[in-house]
Design a protein around this ligand. Structure first.
Ligand code: PEP
Ligand code: MN
Length: 379
């Protein structure tokens, strides 16, 4: 299923010189001097297309700096007049939209904490009716593609056709080196649903620290994202918000300089032919893999019946351990990634258990006694 959005391609509403779009600026506008100095330094790099600044900050705990508010819009106006850079701010309600529009802000974005709430998104959408301004929608805090899609649909439904998404990663319970797990697959799913939708990556909020930003930025470009939003500050060490993840304008310039921009397609005939040939080989192997999985599951079905008829449990831990150990040593010899192999075997095993559970409980289901057989059983 494709997502039906009425949108205009990014390069028709923003001049990116056919290069990835770079949006940069402080997490928060703090003082007029901080914003203007940062803006001038960014403009001087020649690598930034849009100046960002948070004016109203959604903070996890009350009492933290909640943004400088409307006065910051005046500073942004000045920064734009002096540098020529178009400006972008986060809006979280109708009042923010009205004030930002009145101040001549060029691009609005919806933050992750707003995207999670359809009431908030609808309020913003209603405030945008009849307005022609680009809007970027950050992914929601939680990994829910439908919420992200729903927010894009609401904004598009208000008549906004200069529309894009920002991938800023997702909250996760699991400890990781990232502030927000990238979960690239969600951004890829969004791209698959709507190939024309520009997706911009926000490595700052994914990483939560400066060190990982180049790695995530490059990965985003390699996944054909159309730009990056990177927080920058004239002196990150004293930033009032997100100090650890902001970079100086000079560091930003170096980071952008070092990025390798690859083309999604090549016109080179030899390359195209060779790639087509390699893909044909992969497709053939994928078919074989699925064929083999089908055969495996047919045998699993027989095992399920056999266990059922002999009153034997589905799970024999020793057997599962043996499968995993054998698989891992084989994977080592094949130079396969061990983490991948483990996940793959777990997935196959989980499906085997699900199938056997279904068989074991088939009789009970008819009598209305079966437990849910479609849920994934983890062992
Ligand atoms: C921000 O861009 O400063 C911000 C608050 O981001 P997010 O909504 O992604 O947390
Ligand atoms: Mn921030």
């Amino acid at each position: 299923m494709k997502l039906q959005l009425n949108i205009q391609p990014l390069n028709t509403w923003l001049n990116t010189n056919n290069e990835p779009l770079i949006i940069s600026g402080p997490c928060s506008a703090e003082t007029e001097e901080q914003l203007l100095t940062t803006a001038h330094l960014l403009a001087a790099t020649g690598k930034v297309s849009v100046l960002r600044a948070g004016i109203w900050k959604p903070r996890t705990r009350p009492g933290e700096f909640e943004g400088i508010g409307s006065i910051g819009l005046e500073w942004l106006k000045r920064a734009k007049a002096e540098t020529g850079l178009p400006t972008a701010v986060e809006v979280a309600n109708a009042k923010h939209v009205e004030e930002a529009l009145a101040a001549g802000v060029d691009i609005l974005w919806i933050g992750a904490r707003s995207t999670v709430n359809p009431f908030t998104v609808q309020e913003i959408a209603d405030a945008l009716k009849g307005v022609d301004i680009p809007v970027l929608v950050k992914n929601p805090v939680n990994p829910d593609l439908q919420l992200w899609v729903g927010a894009l649909e609401r904004i598009n439904g208000a008549g906004i056709t200069k529309l894009g998404a920002i991938h800023r990663g997702f909250s996760s319970f699991e400890k990781s080196s990232f502030r927000n797990e990238p979960m690239w697959e969600l951004a890829i799913q969004l791209k698959t649903l709507c190939p024309d939708l520009p997706i911009i990556n926000d490595p700052s909020h994914i990483c939560g620290n400066r060190e990982l930003i180049p790695y995530i930025s490059q990965k985003a470009l390699d996944l054909d994202m159309q730009g990056l939003m990177i927080e920058s500050h004239v002196d990150p060490s004293v930033a009032w918000t997100d100090a650890k993840q902001q970079v100086t304008p000079a560091a930003l310039s170096e980071l952008v300089e070092r990025l390798t921009v690859r083309e999604p397609e090549s016109q080179n005939e030899a390359f195209v032919d060779q790639l087509a040939d390699l893909r044909k080989q992969i497709d053939k192997i994928d078919d074989q893999l699925l064929q083999k999985l089908g055969e495996r599951m047919a045998i699993v079905g027989k095992i399920g019946e056999f266990k059922r008829d002999n009153q034997v449990t589905i799970l024999q831990v020793n057997r599962w351990d043996a499968i995993m150990n054998k698989g891992i040593s084989f994977a080592k010899a094949l130079k396969l990634d061990l983490n991948f192999t483990e996940k793959f075997l777990e997935l196959v095993h989980g499906e085997s258990i699900r199938k056997q559970t279904e068989i074991m409980n088939a009789g009970k289901a008819e009598k209305g006694l079966a437990a849910e057989t479609h849920t994934e059983v983890k062992s």
